[in-house]
Design a protein around this ligand. Structure first.
Ligand SMILES: [Zn+2]
Ligand SMILES: [Zn+2]
Length: 266
């Protein structure tokens, strides 16, 4: 079991990548789940493995967009854990069309702040080929956490909203050379590389250099492609970026598709 500390704000990525995404932001015994991209059984396994299952009570599930790797376990997780689900109206419409048995949604809008327990949450629009996709900034006391895993580019809105996070979960999806050399069909490569696709390591670092601030303490690279990236390449790229910003002191970690990683604490 990992170390937990209920007095501080923690971010625990239970898993991230094209096969499933789930991240928990937690503090003082309560937490919110961002995306439910694993089956309930798999979610439970990871929740327990992270050590959080015994120490925090989840208050809500926030959904970024309707892609399967973010909602695969949504209905069963929400039903079993008896949690409200927050998402945009358009995303809720798609999910309901897909699964008529899905329960009630709490509707949110990009730019509209809402609260869950003691967390203030701001959803904001991101460029991604989904229906009204959002990323989230979560605030608690003086701290700011940003979670942005599927975005084709770091446009001005993204830069503005993610500026100055204390803990940042940021996509570092692919290495451009590995993507080009992969066996993926050309239209899919174009989609991934495109402005509504996923952030390359280089684009992720470029964005990071624009949004990092003096208070930034943790950066977690996420949604790392198995086929079109390597952990060492993604890490090296981000580390060079941090060093060039004179921020070699920032704790850098990499989310994993298969297992929860250590909690990033503030
Ligand atoms: Zn995704
Ligand atoms: Zn997506």
């Amino acid at each position: 079991m990992f170390e937990t500390d209920s007095a501080h704000l923690g971010v625990t990525v239970l898993g991230s990548g094209s096969s499933g995404n789930a991240t928990i932001v937690h503090c003082g015994g309560e937490g919110i789940l961002i995306d439910a991209g694993f089956s309930f059984r798999e979610f439970k396994r990871r929740f327990e493995e992270s050590g959080l299952a015994d120490t925090i009570r989840l208050r809500a599930i926030l959904v970024t967009h309707e892609h399967d790797d973010h909602v695969k376990g949504l209905r069963v997780c929400a039903d079993n854990l008896e949690l409200p689900v927050f998402t945009t109206r358009k995303c809720a419409d798609v999910l309901r069309r897909r699964d008529a048995k899905i329960g009630h949604f709490s509707l949110i809008a990009p730019g509209g702040m809402f609260t869950v327990g003691s967390f203030s949450i701001l959803p904001f629009s991101i460029p991604h080929d989904a229906v009204d996709p959002v990323a989230f900034v979560v605030r608690k006391d003086e701290y700011k956490v940003g979670v942005a895993t599927d975005l084709g580019n770091g446009n001005h809105v993204v830069q503005y909203e993610l500026q100055g996070c204390d803990t940042l979960v940021l996509e570092s999806n692919h290495d451009l050379n590995l993507l080009a050399a992969s066996s993926r069909p050309w239209p899919l490569k174009q989609r991934i590389m495109g402005p509504q696709g996923h952030l390359s390591n280089d684009a992720s670092s470029q964005l990071l250099s624009k949004i990092i601030a003096r208070n930034t303490r943790n950066v977690i690279l996420a949604h790392i492609s198995h086929e079109c990236n390597k952990a060492e390449i993604a890490e090296d790229c981000a580390r060079k970026c941090l060093c060039s910003c004179d921020r070699g002191d920032v704790a850098l970690s990499l989310a994993d598709q298969d297992t929860p990683i250590q909690t990033a604490w503030l």
